[in-house]
Design a binder for this molecule. Structure first.
Ligand code: NAD
Length: 422
């Protein structure tokens, strides 16, 4: 069976799905690996380094002809149009926020596996957890961005020219990225506070050196699968108001709050921005085309408010550390592939909880239970990439207890008007 690595097509994306070090294990499992020419350029891996590792190098058309196509991000429309029934595609496909892509892949008869749907709490899924590997990188880089954009020191400095007090950093949202941001800011010498709606994150935040802030106006908001639930409008307003006073007391604020499949919650309002000191910096890791955690933030851009607060719309942070991010992602995607392969062929089993969490389309249908909309019926295509063409899983039969998707069973990407603030 042939597995290919496509060159990423999203603007600014420098990551690559496999690095040369990952090729050997896949070949040992009986797979042929083909890498699109120059696919590794952005992560500083040359075609010759892949060839030395045992991969063949080919054109995009060659790569698109493989049985299984590997990507980091979503395929562009030309790529989707080139896929054939029975072919498999694996990547961070963001199906909860892009139902049209899911429908298109289903109608094309493609077997799509989404790395961001892996049930992260299953112990055997840990090596495949690309959301965590990329969030770790993003959290680290967010703290560095905050430090480099802040016009003062992070650590306490006592010099002949005077004493600099340590920066006060606030991290909002203490999941994987937030914890890494706390640890990194602490290692740079800042005094760090943190807040999350899930009270169970307190001990984790404290263990990496933050002082945890508890809000009196909002109760616990833990959702399913370890994620936060969406707040009600009353809770959201109360949270924003109470947070404002804390935000005003900090020099650098790093926001990481996410609710799977929904718009990121707005935590820093216009009033909170106005109360901040000139020269303060906010790194909004929630910034995306869906909105952000900070009013007025724009993905990929820095804006300065009238009162001198710099808001960095920090999207694409893992791509800014493409070699590290690609190495981790390659381990994640290789682990998934090796898990799915029997005798050199893809052998899918929708009864397996991990696989049911990760397979989103198969046999011409949307099969993931969390993706409510089903593609228009089409005849089940042949499945040459799979050794045993098992029946496509009916949506209701595929359990994914700890999948992130279960936290958001409604139509993905559809934020209610009250969420549209960001
Ligand atoms: P995420 O990216 O979905 O969200 C980031 C953080 O934002 C979360 O901690 C969330 O509680 C917080 N948040 C959401 N809305 C908020 C609001 N209105 N105000 C403040 N904070 C808000 O989260 P993540 O980093 O992907 O992690 C989600 C969970 O998954 C965590 O519990 C993590 O420990 C867990 N996890 C478990 C495993 C495992 O079991 N092996 C692996 C990875 C992650």
């Amino acid at each position: 069976m042939k597995v290919s690595v496509l060159k990423e097509s999203a603007p600014g994306e420098r990551r690559v799905a496999l690095v040369p070090e990952a090729i050997g294990k896949l070949r040992s499992a009986g797979l042929e690996v083909l890498v699109e020419t120059r696919a590794g350029d952005g992560a500083w891996h040359s075609d010759s380094s892949y060839a030395d590792a045992g991969a063949s190098i080919g054109s995009r058309a060659d790569a698109l002809a493989a049985d299984v196509v590997l990507l980091v991000g979503k395929p562009d429309s030309a790529t989707v149009a080139a896929l054939r029934p029975g072919q498999a595609i694996v990547g961070l496909l963001a199906p909860l926020t892009d139902p049209d892509l899911v429908d298109t892949l289903a109608k094309a008869g493609v077997t799509a596996l989404s790395m961001d749907m892996i049930p992260r709490t299953l112990p055997r899924a840990q090596p495949m957890d690309a959301l965590s590997s990329q969030a770790n990188i993003a959290g680290y880089k967010a703290a560095l961005l905050g430090a480099s954009s802040f016009g003062r020191f992070f650590p306490l400095l006592i010099t002949a020219a005077g004493t600099a007090r340590p920066a006060k950093v606030l991290v909002l949202g203490t999941g994987v990225a937030g914890l890494q941001a706390i640890g990194t800011a602490r290692r740079l010498g800042a005094v760090v506070s943190a807040y999350d709606v899930r009270p169970e994150t307190r001990t984790e935040a404290e263990s990496v050196g933050a002082t945890f802030i508890e809000l009196t106006s909002v109760g616990p908001a833990s959702g399913e699968g370890g994620y936060a639930r969406e707040l009600t409008e009353d809770e959201r307003l109360a949270q924003q108001q109470e947070l404002s006073a804390h935000i005003a007391r900090h020099d650098v604020v790093i926001t990481t709050a996410q609710v799977p499949g929904r718009r990121p919650p707005v935590l820093v309002t216009e009033d909170a921005l106005k109360a901040m000191t000139p020269g303060s910096v906010i790194v909004d890791m929630g910034a995306s085309e869906l909105g952000g955690n900070v009013t007025g933030s724009l993905p990929g851009e820095s804006v300065v408010t009238e009162n001198g607060v710099t808001i960095i719309g920090a999207s694409g942070l893992p791509s800014s550390m493409a070699p590290a991010a690609s190495a981790m992602y390659a381990r994640n995607i290789s682990s998934l592939l090796l898990y799915l392969i029997k005798d050199g062929q893809l052998a899918l089993d929708p009864e397996d909880e991990l696989q049911a969490g990760v397979i989103i389309t198969r046999g011409g249908a949307v099969v993931h239970p969390a993706l409510a909309r089903t593609a228009a019926p089409s005849p089940a295509p042949p499945m040459p990439a799979e050794s045993a063409p098992a029946e496509s899983a009916p949506a209701e039969s595929a359990p994914a207890e700890s999948s992130p998707a279960q936290a958001s069973p409604e139509r993905p990407g559809e934020a209610s008007p009250d969420q549209a603030e960001g």
